[in-house]
Design a protein around this ligand. Structure first.
Ligand code: NAI
Length: 333
């Protein structure tokens, strides 16, 4: 039996991973803490670790994992910006992920953020609960006829585009190497600056890497239409949070919907309702009436969790048994 240390584990991880772990080949031990330089000591005696979006799998952690004889790092997510792939490969540690579990889950959440902002559902919900049926301040805008700019036309970007086309949006896209299926859609690929200049709504669906870090920065915001709506369900680091606050204060940015945040690892997935939040940038973002934030829940549907559980267990069993696995990450694209 192979021993697997599962980090950043929540009740639902335990349920969905255990449900798929039926072959008796893996012993899963669940740890609530993130994997990082402090907690890596827990991994002694394990052959694999299973990690999520905010675990830190940098070169220090990987060297320690290698010393303990860990052979496999299984990400139970799609993005892998939190892992030093080069070091993993140099140490002979195999890395796998769940490249596709439900692009629709994230796409539908993206549209949820957009509709919340465009029709002010977050305010309406609170008002009606207090018997306040006044419409003052709730005027929204139609999605029909608007131009949406999609950055990153992979699986989630394509699923989002299909929904937006259904609303009657025009869609402009930017992606240096788009999903071939996207070419069949009624969309137009344009240079990034053209997208910034013409989109009423900008939605981010690219991975976080050297090319996309702070792709939304001060100079990008300068190019945008006044009142632009920005939605980010990809990774927090694609947006320069300080620049976005300036854009909100100057009212260049009309609406902002976030499911991810640059420094979310200190905040998201935990109940901090009794804590004093130390991150002044995040708390400033929360003060704007035209900003709506969810805590990285885009992936969080029953269908997605079933697939994440099944694929993660399959990946671990294949790699630990020395078999080929199609979800191994070969290069950081
Ligand atoms: P994907 O790999 O299918 O698509 C990503 C696309 O981004 C590719 O077509 C790629 O060519 C493109 N891209 C790469 N560099 C780019 C650049 N510089 N500019 C524009 N486009 C660029 O990935 P998928 O499944 O669509 O996921 C996208 C991202 O969404 C993930 O990397 C992850 O960070 C995030 N995500 C967020 C979730 C959430 O719960 N909020 C859940 C799952 C993924």
């Amino acid at each position: 039996m192979f021993k697997v240390a599962v980090f950043s584990s929540k009740k639902y991880d335990e349920v969905f991973l255990s449900q798929s772990n039926q072959s008796g080949q893996l012993q899963l031990d669940f740890f609530a803490s993130h994997l990082d330089q402090q907690t890596v000591e827990l991994v002694q005696g394990y052959q694999a670790v299973c990690v999520f979006v905010n675990d830190v799998v940098d070169h220090h952690v990987l060297r320690q994992l290698h010393k303990f004889g860990v052979k496999v790092v299984a990400l139970r997510c799609a993005g892998f910006n939190n892992l030093d792939l080069k070091t993993a490969h140099s140490l002979g540690i195999q890395v796998c992920r769940v490249p596709e579990y439900s692009p629709q889950a994230v796409a539908e959440h993206t549209i949820g953020l957009l509709l919340t902002l465009s029709r002010k559902y977050h305010k309406a919900y609170l008002r009606v609960r207090e018997n306040n049926f006044s419409l003052d301040g709730l005027m929204g805008f139609n999605l029909y006829g608007k131009t949406a700019g999609i950055i990153g036309v992979g699986k989630i970007g394509s699923a989002t585009i299909k929904i937006l086309l259904g609303f009657g949006c025009k869609v402009l896209c930017y992606d240096p190497s788009p999903n071939p299926e996207a070419k069949q859609l009624d969309i137009k690929f344009v240079p990034l600056n053209e997208l910034f200049a013409n989109a009423d709504i900008i939605s981010l669906h690219c991975p976080l890497n050297h090319g996309t870090k702070h792709i939304i920065n001060r100079s990008a915001i300068e190019l945008m239409k006044p009142g632009v709506t920005i939605i980010n369900t990809s990774r927090g680091g694609v947006i320069d949070s300080k620049a976005i606050i300036e854009g909100l204060k100057s009212q260049k940015i009309g609406f902002l919907g976030l499911d991810v945040y640059e420094l979310e690892s200190e905040l998201f997935f935990e109940d901090l309702s009794d804590a004093i939040i130390q991150d002044d940038v995040f708390t400033r973002l929360l003060t704007f009436p035209n900003v709506f934030i969810t805590g990285h829940q885009g992936f969080f549907t029953e269908e997605a969790l079933i697939t994440i559980g099944q694929t993660t267990i399959e990946n671990l069993e294949q790699l630990l048994n020395g078999k080929p696995c199609e979800n191994v990450i070969e290069s950081a694209r």
